[in-house]
Design a binder for this molecule. Structure first.
Ligand SMILES: Cc1ncc(COP(=O)(O)O)c(C=O)c1O
Length: 388
């Protein structure tokens, strides 16, 4: 099956001969125990048994199966948030005194998490540029257990050139964890390029309607079983209604992503010619850091466009307040277009010096292009820029 067909049909439940077209919500805390359930519990195979919803739930399991298939992994585990998925995955493979290599151009919450791991668990953290594999390898130490990068970084949309570190990581037993939130499984599958585990904030494109918070980790059966164990220990499981909403959302992921890709490409081209704009970043532009790499590896450039207006952060705020259709709000990946500035939202945990060091200059705007009519969005952006 191809992507759009899998998104709709994988994970259809067949319950005792009843075959509803839509998977039901198993709104139950627990399940009636029988000999088989007790046996699996004793054998430590509780993920395969129906015991308690924090451990397992049919509505959730169906979505996990669907997501695993879309990311081309063997298995998946859902979480009550994206940061829950990141935290549980890192905690599964990192112990006190271990070491992780990551990037400072990273979702602010993930950066904060790395700082907490460093402070509370004495986990060493080094930072490297996701586009420089040599630098990532050079940053590794004998204690390095994880390389953690975003497939497209937040907010500067730098690609993680994973192929350059795969052999090294395999030889050293280092897990490559990739946050694929910005591209979504529709545009890119990091597992195919050598990642061990993919994590997502489902809250964004997979959810797609700005009405839920959830996350996921996808990988081999063995790795996912371990991450699931951390998930149930920390208690970061999503409830069945949340899972039902995710299932409903995934069914339209392919059509939504096609429109996000097209709208963002048009808007990126429009902005790159605008006299009030200094710089535009989008994988579809010839000026992109790694244009050929993106063309070869990503089905589309995704819905995120990052640009720098001619002006400082205060001008950026004035620009955002001038917009009529595009709303100023944190988060991204929904059907509606949203705009924000990393300096006062996602990247407040970086100092101003660190922001400049990774390239987040004054006046940097992060635009999540929705699936409205592109013409209306372009007119809105144009009026707000002209009014500066
Ligand atoms: C790239 C990325 N990863 C992870 C997260 C965290 O996800 P959540 O807000 O669902 O916990 C976010 C949230 O903005 C994000 O942008």
């Amino acid at each position: 099956m191809k992507f759009a067909t899998k998104a709709i049909h994988v994970g259809e439940l067949n319950i005792d001969g009843i075959r509803p077209v839509i998977n039901p919500i198993f709104q139950t805390t627990n399940y009636i125990m029988d000999d088989e359930a007790y046996e699996k519990l004793v054998q430590g195979k509780s993920r395969e048994a129906w015991i308690y919803t924090r451990l397992n739930n049919p509505t959730r399991r169906a979505v996990e199966e669907k997501l695993a298939s879309l990311e081309q992994g063997e298995d998946a585990v859902l979480f009550s948030s994206g940061i829950g998925a990141v935290a549980a995955t890192l905690l599964t493979f990192l112990s006190p005194s271990d070491h992780v290599v990551s990037s400072k151009d990273l979702y602010g919450g993930s950066f904060r998490l790395l700082m907490e791991l460093k402070e509370k668990l004495n986990i060493g953290v080094s930072f490297a540029n996701p586009m420089e594999p040599e630098g990532i390898i050079d940053s590794a130490t004998p204690r390095t257990k994880v390389f953690f990068f975003e497939s497209l970084s937040n907010p500067l949309l730098k690609p993680f050139l994973i192929e350059g570190v795969v052999d090294f990581a395999r030889r050293r037993g280092i897990k490559i964890v990739v946050d694929n939130t910005f591209l979504s499984p529709y545009n890119y599958n990091p597992l195919k390029n050598g990642a061990d585990i993919v994590v997502h904030s489902i809250t964004k494109y997979i959810g797609g309607h700005s009405d839920l918070i959830a996350g996921a980790a996808i990988g081999s059966k063995e790795d996912i079983e371990k991450i699931w164990h951390t998930m149930i220990t920390l208690g970061a499981s999503p409830d069945p209604i949340q899972c039902f909403l995710i299932e409903r959302s995934i069914k339209t992921l392919a059509v939504r992503m096609e429109k996000h890709n097209k709208n963002a490409q048009r808007i990126a081209r429009f902005l790159s010619k605008h006299s009030k704009v200094e710089r535009v970043i989008h994988p579809s532009l010839e000026t992109y850091y790694e244009y050929e790499y993106a063309k070869k590896n990503f089905k589309g450039g995704g819905g995120m466009v990052t640009f720098k207006i001619k002006g400082n952060d205060q001008d950026g705020i004035r620009f955002m307040r001038n917009l009529q259709i595009i709303k100023e709000a944190a988060s991204l990946g929904g059907v509606e277009s949203l705009v924000s500035m990393p300096f006062n939202t996602s990247h407040t945990s970086l100092s101003k010096e660190d922001r400049l060091l990774v390239g987040i200059e004054e006046g940097t705007i992060r635009l999540s292009v929705g699936i409205e009519d592109a013409e209306d969005l372009i007119n809105d952006l144009d009026s707000a820029l002209r009014a500066l």
